[in-house]
Ligand binder design. Sequence first.
Ligand code: FDA
Length: 305
Amino acid sequence: MSVTRRALLWLGGRRGAQGIVQRAPLSRSVVRRFVAGDTLDAAFSAISALNRSGIGGILDELGEGVRDTAEAEQARADYATALDAAKRRHVDTAVTVKLTQLGLLVDREGCERRLASLSDQAESVGLRLEIDMEQSDLVDATLDVYRGLVASRRPPRLAVQAYLRRTPDDLRVLAGLKAPIRLVKGAYAEPEEKALQRPEEISDRYRELTEWLFDHHPDPALGTHDGAMIGFAQLAARRRGLDRRSFEIQMLYGVRRELQQELADAGYRVRTYVPYGSAWYPYLVRRLAERPANLRFFARSLVKG
Ligand code: FDA
């Protein structure tokens, strides 16, 4: 991982830096590229437009690392409202949560309760719940909460990160739970002893795990914009005699929009992850760190405001 990328991701975790950037006028145009808007309505407009083009949504209310129970409870209530509204408006969307947004760091049992209640509600309105994966020191807790939930419920889709050295072992356990997986490369700054660092080794591992998903998990989802990874998944499906609807390709709002459309037009199942809300700072920093060209875009808007 480059020094710039590591520095940016480090900044992403600093609350002081967050205050400065969120107040700066620079941010609006950069934010607008990656975030659908401040409100649930804005997110639904973005998802409805995607739906009209044959692409599903994955609704994400921005927020993570919440520091008190009231904030976690508010996030649960917001998601409950979103699930009901999605059902009422007949929007084709999944809904994704971060466990630290539901209070994993402040009150583990409360987090489990909030997740269970959203899972039940998602089930009752017929929408899929998904769970993002956060920093490596939260993976054990995330898997514990997930195991507890699926002991008595339909498993939500869980994101796993190809760059973590532990992920092949985690997937062996998750396969036993029949967990639907979203495979991503991984977006956080992680130390060498925990995570692969070189892009080629991460891609090799991503391919290996794609094969594993097709063989051991229901309804694989590939969360990537990398044409080589998508091509590999298409081939993996074909080699198994599976059709284009047998797996899902997931991408982020504002990233490789034409490719999303091309794949949907070719008959693949595509979903776009659509974030909304005001807590966009750490999310935006991860997006900027993923691609050097985004930094130039960011620098230009610093000048233009
Ligand atoms: P890679 O970074 O190699 O990018 C391939 C190409 O895609 C680039 O060359 C560029 O053209 C384009 N691209 C990628 N990122 C871009 C960006 N930010 N801006 C502009 N262009 C870009 N991570 C995590 O740790 N936990 C999670 O739960 C999730 N969830 C998640 C959901 C979904 C739907 C997606 C698509 C991604 C995630 N991620 C994630 C993020 C993931 O780990 C990873 O950081 C990004 O997807 C970038 O990796 P790619 O696989 O796209 O490849």
